[in-house]
Design a protein. Structure first.
Length: 214
């Protein structure tokens, strides 16, 4: 009986942890007037990619939570920069880029999720080493961060943003192909394209929702 009640208690803790993480993700997304549900969608795309890479259920769940918190550092970015409709100045861009370091700091002692700070710290690294803030290249970038990076970019392109309307899906697909090997891991580009192609990512639904949200 004790084992059963301990198991129930553990399940309860996991559920509470999930609710807390979702609440944090929603708080972050609410700061940026044009990224409603962004973190949630990035987590969904990340897990879809991970399943194609044969991640275990436990690893998928860990990645989902990591992706939900990837932008947590934006809590420390001024609203005027996050919601600026025009191009950011160099100084503003530097402040915006700091969200990855801030996110890593916030999450470094967060023990519920394995290596949780990886998603926040490295999702803007690029496969060719030209990303920020550490200039990591190729396999040096943790795989979880490479997955979150392409999921994040896909959502940025397919959602309406404060500085531009969503891009047509043909443009998005062309951009994914163009950036294969430079911004993105080529293997992950192939997986992302196959998820679009076979309807795992329901593009039609995605664009309908976006129109309704305008």
């Amino acid at each position: 009986r004790n084992v059963k009640s301990a198991s129930g208690e553990w399940k309860k803790q996991i559920e509470m942890g999930n609710e807390t993480i979702l609440s944090i993700a929603r708080t972050v997304d609410a700061k940026d007037s044009n990224t409603s549900e962004h973190s949630f969608r990035v987590s969904e795309y990340s897990v879809a990619i991970a399943k194609r890479l044969n991640y275990s259920d436990k690893k998928c769940e860990n990645l989902r939570q990591m992706a939900l918190l990837h932008d947590i550092g934006k809590i420390g970015i001024p609203d005027a920069i996050l919601n600026k409709p025009g191009k950011l100045t160099d100084e503003e861009y530097e402040i915006m880029k700091s969200h990855v370091i801030r996110g890593g700091e916030i999450l470094k002692d967060f023990t519920i999720i394995d290596n949780v700070s990886v998603g926040a710290l490295y999702h803007h690294e690029k496969y060719d080493g030209t990303g920020y803030c550490h200039g990591l290249k190729g396999e040096e970038i943790p795989l979880d961060a490479r997955i979150i990076g392409i999921a994040d970019a896909f959502d940025a392109m397919t959602a309406n943003r404060v500085y531009r309307k969503q891009l047509d899906i043909d443009v998005v697909i062309a951009e994914l192909k163009r950036c294969s090997g430079t911004q993105f891991d080529p293997k992950l580009v192939e997986i992302m394209l196959s998820l679009i192609d076979d309807g795992t990512i329901n593009v039609e639904c995605l664009y309908e929702q976006s129109k309704e949200g305008r």
